[in-house]
Design a protein around this ligand. Structure first.
Ligand SMILES: [Ca+2]
Length: 183
């Protein structure tokens, strides 16, 4: 099963909310598939994993980025992201290596390296993410259809810089993982 773009819209909710809230959300939205940080940690901590990110914009232009290693830390490590081994033949460019060693921040838990702002609430469109100062890639940003774009365009949309404009929103942002020893 592949997490679709709806996953992106709800992931900040998932990550910053209690289990009870999440259960209520799933009750109200039975078709959503959610892979939470605890699961990502358990999977990527059990054995080495690789990551493939697939992107599509609203003009149907697509690109991908592959990384040889992807790991999410435990809750006590603030779900720290360990990302490395960008594959040079990737077509999207490397937006995620900048996020290496970032902690997971949410609107109610500022763990980014931006001193003046809480990236999640002020520049990230409300989504939880591995912000630093603040982001080059944002998979959990606000999901904006072209007709709903903010004018002037604002930060916080789903993005992968420079494949997409950092003030624009991608149509699809998928993060796919599998064990490193599987081709
Ligand atoms: Ca901050």
């Amino acid at each position: 099963m592949v997490a679709n773009q709806r996953f992106l819209r709800i992931s900040s909710f998932l990550i910053s909310s209690s289990t009870q809230d999440l259960n209520q959300y799933l009750w109200d939205n039975p078709n959503d598939f959610i892979l939470g940080l605890e699961t990502l940690h358990a999977l990527t901590n059990s054995r080495p994993h690789q990551l493939r990110v697939e992107l599509t914009d609203f003009s149907s232009k697509a690109a991908f980025a592959r990384y040889a290693s992807f790991r999410v830390g435990s809750a006590s490590e603030s779900y720290k992201l360990s990302i490395g081994g960008y594959e040079p033949s990737s077509t999207a460019g490397d937006a995620l290596s900048d996020h290496n060693n970032a902690f997971f921040s949410t609107i109610d838990s500022d763990k980014d390296t931006e001193k003046q702002n809480n990236c999640a609430s002020q520049l990230g469109g409300g989504g939880g993410w591995w912000y630093k100062q603040c982001y080059h890639a944002l998979g959990t940003g606000a999901y904006r259809l072209p007709r709903n774009r903010v004018v002037p365009q604002a930060y916080g949309g789903v993005t992968w810089h420079p494949f997409s404009n950092v003030k624009d929103s991608l149509k699809i942002f998928k993060m796919l993982i599998k064990p490193s020893n599987i081709a």
